[in-house]
Design a protein around this ligand. Structure first.
Ligand SMILES: [Zn+2]
Length: 116
C-alpha cells in the first residue's frame, strides 16, 4: 500500500528530527497533506496507527491538515482555489496555470518532551 511506505518515510523523518534535536518522548506529530497529492488522509491515519507501535511504546497522536489545491494564472497572475480539478483561471479564463499548493505531504511539527 502506497500510504504505508509514505508513513514509514514520515516516521523515519520524525525519528531523525528527534535524534538531531535531542527530543524525548514524542506525543504528537502534525503533517499536511495536499488534496491533490494522491494521498488519502484516512489511510495515512490508519497506517500510522498500525505502524506507530513498531517504533514507540507510548501513544503518539497524528494530526493531519488537508491543504486545498491552489494555482496561479500565468496570464493575469491571479491566485485561485482549484475546484473539481478544473485548471482554468476563474478571472481571465486562461488555461496556463501553475499549481502553488496542495500537491505534497510534509511534516509540520513534532511535539515531544525535551530530554533532561
Ligand atoms: Zn488569469
Amino acid at each position: 500500500m502506497h500510504e504505508r511506505s509514505l508513513v514509514r518515510g514520515l516516521i523515519e523523518q520524525v525519528l531523525e528530527e528527534a535524534r538531531i534535536r535531542g527530543l524525548g518522548q514524542i506525543h504528537e506529530i502534525k503533517i499536511e497533506i495536499g488534496e491533490f497529492s494522491g494521498v488519502e488522509s484516512l489511510l495515512v491515519n490508519s497506517a500510522f496507527d498500525e505502524m506507530a507501535g513498531e517504533y514507540w511504546s507510548t501513544p503518539v497522536q497524528l494530526m493531519v491538515d488537508v491543504i486545498p489545491l491552489t494555482a496561479s494564472c500565468e496570464a493575469c497572475h491571479d491566485n485561485f482555489r482549484v475546484m473539481d480539478f478544473r485548471f482554468v483561471c476563474p478571472k481571465c479564463g486562461g488555461g496556463d496555470v501553475t499549481i502553488t499548493a496542495g500537491e505534497e505531504m510534509r511534516l509540520v511539527s513534532v511535539r515531544a518532551e525535551a530530554l533532561i
